[in-house]
Design a protein around this ligand. Structure first.
Ligand SMILES: C[S@@+](CC[C@H](N)C(=O)[O-])C[C@H]1O[C@@H](n2cnc3c(N)ncnc32)[C@H](O)[C@@H]1O
Length: 263
């Protein structure tokens, strides 16, 4: 996971996501997404970049037996995890595909969600164009991404902290995608675009927080990047654990929920 390239959604990542997406902050995030999506009984829902399938499993009750949910992800390991999670639901279908080339019919869905996926995707316009194509006229999309430039993370060694965050920016394609998403949604044809920011903050390294999940992935990812040696990363990890023990840990970031309608 370190050295070159972006975060890879392999078996190890699938196991980590399966574990960490059960935490309180991720449960909160999915509840916010469900509120924005407003699924109703009988709806046909698409979850693009469905990952381990938590959102699908939680939406099944809302759409009922007359509705259906399709999950798409590029990673076979993520899809295998989602398949296990959704095995009991006959109205859930999963496909391996790229968001920029969906193997799905035009106007086939009432609603679509795409949560923390587009920030990894090189051609965001193509991906949004696909979402627009597969949602019916009057249908709704919810797109959620993190603006990593909003991270405010306390360290008594700010220069090293800065390098850690710079190195972490290499885990994805667009570290500050929410800044342009509203305009990009409009330019592919969506209307009624709304943007809401949610702060994820914590003053301790409680494993149930988004901070703890980010801390895990950052500590695995950044060695060998931006001049950070394994020893530098180990020292930063130790520093953060000591701050937590002294009651001085502090993390905040803003995640953005966009909703829009196809006219
Ligand atoms: C951070 S996870 C989010 C998973 C899920 N949306 C959730 O919130 O629980 C990102 C997911 O997007 C998938 N992904 C990344 N790029 C993709 C692409 N171009 N097409 C389809 N899926 C993609 C990854 O395999 C991974 O499962």
């Amino acid at each position: 996971m370190s050295g070159v390239g972006q975060l890879v959604f392999d078996q190890d990542a699938a196991e980590q996501f399966d574990l960490r997406y059960r935490t309180r902050d991720m449960v909160r995030r999915r509840a916010l997404v469900r509120d924005a999506l407003g699924a109703r009984p009988g709806d046909r829902i698409l979850d693009v970049g469905c990952g381990p399938g938590f959102a699908i499993a939680e939406l099944v009750d809302q759409v009922g037996t007359t509705g259906s949910i399709v999950g798409v992800d590029r990673s076979p390991q993520m899809l295998a995890t989602a398949a296990r999670r959704c095995a009991a639901f006959p109205n859930v279908m999963l496909h391996q595909a790229d968001v920029a080339a969906l193997p799905l019919d035009d106007a086939a869905f009432d609603r679509a969600l795409c949560v923390q996926v587009l920030e990894f995707v090189p051609d965001v316009a193509a991906a949004l164009g696909e979402l627009h194509r597969v949602v019916r006229p009057g249908g709704r999309v919810v797109v959620w991404d993190v603006d990593w430039s909003t991270v405010s993370w306390h360290s008594p060694e700010p220069a090293r902290m800065q390098r850690v965050l710079q190195a972490w920016d290499e885990h994805l394609t667009h570290p500050a995608l929410p800044r342009t998403l509203a305009a990009q949604l409009r330019s592919v044809g969506f209307e009624g675009v709304e943007m809401v920011g949610y702060a994820f903050t914590t003053a301790d390294l409680d494993p149930d927080t988004y901070a703890a999940t980010v801390f895990h992935f950052v500590s695995q990812f950044v060695a060998g990047r931006c001049g950070l040696s394994a020893a530098d990363v180990a020292a930063w990890v130790a520093e953060q654990r000591e701050l937590d023990q002294r009651g001085e840990f502090s993390f905040a970031c803003i995640q953005f929920c966009f909703s829009a309608t196809r006219p």
